[in-house]
Write a protein of this length. Sequence first.
Length: 319
Amino acid sequence: MTAGYLLRRLGEAVVTLLGVAVVVFLVLRVIPGDEITARFGIQAGALTPAQVASLREYYGLDQPLLVQFFSWLRSVASGNFGVSVTSGDAVSELILAALPVTLELAVLSTVLGTALGVTIGVFSASRPDTVRDTVGQGFGLLGLGVPNFVLASAVVAVLSARFGYFPSAAGYVGLFEAPLVNLQQQLYPAMVLAVALAAATMRTTRSAYLEEASRDYVRTAHGKGLSARRVRWRHVLHNASIPIVTISGIQFGYLLGGTVIVEQIFALPGLGRLVLTGIVQREYAVVQSVVVVIAAMFVLVNLAVDLLYARIDPRVKLT
């Protein structure tokens, strides 16, 4: 790994984040309504033109879009994400409160999904074209075919009907406040998200394992008398781990911003729910800032995955 590689990746990250900022800024302006209508609702129609003009000046909506964009960009670059129009809280405080919830959910989902997907993928590929392989591939198709919001709704319905558990009945409890209660609140949505992740990981693991299992070194290892278990887990799976790490990294990055519906169903105050609320209330500063933060984390995850390649396989050169 060279300093030039890191500098190039950082430059690409800056360009990517700038592109994300432009897109989310323009998309929000295309949606009907603005911060004034979100703040006053139907009462906005009773405002006089002078009052509307005054409010537009207050919120900076009277400025050209280019001026608004660079004004917001300068604020973000200086660490000022703005203020929520609805609550009056600093956007940075809202993000810091929601970020640990989504991070914990993403980490727990990735761990569960990767462990389950790799296990099923290896056992499926170790006996190709058998009943076990058919069952494993069936799980992969089912996991990818069932939308997570359908599965989440079914889980909540079963838990509430059979066990009297309602996710929205009590407020969210942080990990360090009450670990067991927090785990209960996080486990069910994590399991829902882990199903699709496990299915994708299983299919990737199976393909990579079958490709590696056909190589000469595997036959040599068996010829030397190594046990099938040792060959399977220590040699074949290790050399097939790069695509597995890739899919796990992509899925983890997706979970940082793709948990909106699941967080809403399970009443988790994470980044996804914060974005959804911001869109409904036309909170420009909230939505723009959260999306940029999510994009930045996704870029960092991709960089970490690339660095992990060289750790797993010394033959990989980062240039």
